[in-house]
Design a binder for this molecule. Structure first.
Ligand code: BDR
Ligand code: CA
Length: 334
């Protein structure tokens, strides 16, 4: 059976790292390449972290990494953008929610390098050379690269099979009260992608927080014994620690979401999502307090537009964990 062809666009990032590891170990996808973007960290770090994951999984020969956009299209909100004109004032003692604890993942340094070709150029060449409707982009960071490709090549969106993206929130924000990080970090890019006409599925915070992983489950994963399983367990523990410092509810539960890994899981196994709606979704790009919010239109018959996306609202935690552990166990058995 032929495997689905995907491109992963990432801002690695601990949860991006888990998604990449599962994609490379799982053997369920034909991973055409990986593109990186400014997001969790500045671009050179998201690229280096991505290369480390590829090397760690022993895929350096096979999987090429392309470095993408260094800054958002318009917004200067993100403190990881060197162009930020409006640094976010931090309250003493309050953690900025989306910044990783460390610049680098807990993985060995790598001699792998990103390709010379820039991500947006490679994306356009690769997608335009593909059979129409055969390539899906699994987008796990801000949507800058994808929007830039869409603007540079008007046929880009219609050539794709689908874009599955981790982003947004109907009732939850994490970068601000209104907005989820990936959308908030480049709201204009997200709106371009959402209105592109491409088939789009969003896996937002509403779904990812229903698939949180616990410290006990991290221990089970660690017990699988392979270096990859130990890495995933370490990442989960780090995330639980990070979330615990800033979210009393998650601190009490000792759990953390693995947002990006759930988006990959959905692409391969849509049954991991328990509730989803076909809806109209826009991103607030008006620059106010809701800048970067995904506005899901729930007015039923009053909605004047055709739905532009599938928006997930719930997830099956056990299903997701079973999938994740199944991949790591199988890979450990060789
Ligand atoms: C998203 O933001 C990033 O910090 C994570 O990697 C994930 O893609 C969650 O809001
Ligand atoms: Ca990410």
């Amino acid at each position: 059976m032929t495997k689905p062809k995907i491109i992963m666009d990432v801002d690695t990032g601990t949860d991006d790292a888990v998604a990449l590891t599962l994609a490379m170990l799982g053997g369920e996808v034909d991973l055409l390449g990986v593109t990186t973007v400014n997001g969790n960290l500045e671009l050179k770090l998201t690229t280096d972290n991505t290369l480390r994951v590829v090397d760690f999984c022993g895929k350096g020969e096979e999987i090429k990494v392309y470095s993408g956009c260094e800054y958002p299209l318009v917004s200067t909100l993100s403190p990881t953008s060197a162009q930020s004109l409006r640094p976010i004032p931090k309250r003493e003692g309050v953690k900025v929610p989306f910044i990783m604890h460390a610049d680098h993942l807990p993985l060995p340094e790598t001699s792998l390098k990103a390709q010379e070709k820039r991500a947006v150029v490679w994306l356009i060449e690769t997608v335009m050379a593909s059979q129409p409707g055969t390539v899906t982009i699994v987008a796990l960071g801000p949507l800058t690269n994808i929007a830039a490709a869409m603007r540079a090549e008007p046929a880009f969106a219609s050539r794709l099979q689908e874009i599955v993206l981790m982003g947004g929130g109907d009732r939850i924000g994490n970068a601000s009260a209104a907005a989820e990080f990936n959308i908030w970090a480049d709201p204009e890019a997200a709106e371009i992608v959402l209105q592109s006409g491409c088939k789009i599925s969003l896996i937002p915070l509403d779904a990812t927080h229903e698939a949180e992983v616990s410290a006990a489950q991290a221990a089970e994963i660690e017990a699988i014994g392979s270096k990859e399983a130990k890495f995933v367990a370490e990442v989960i523990r780090e995330r639980i620690g990070g979330y615990s410092e800033r979210d009393p509810e998650l601190a009490a539960k000792q759990t953390a979401p693995l947002h990006d890994a759930l988006a990959l899981c959905y692409f391969l196994h849509p049954e991991c999502i328990t509730k989803k709606i076909e809806t109209v979704c826009h991103v607030d790009v008006s620059g106010g307090v809701c800048y970067g919010r995904t506005m899901v239109d729930r007015r039923a018959n009053l909605v004047m537009e055709e739905p532009n996306c599938t928006f997930a609202l719930g997830a099956d935690r056990e299903w997701f964990l079973g999938w994740l552990m199944g991949i790591l166990k199988k890979a450990a058995q060789g």
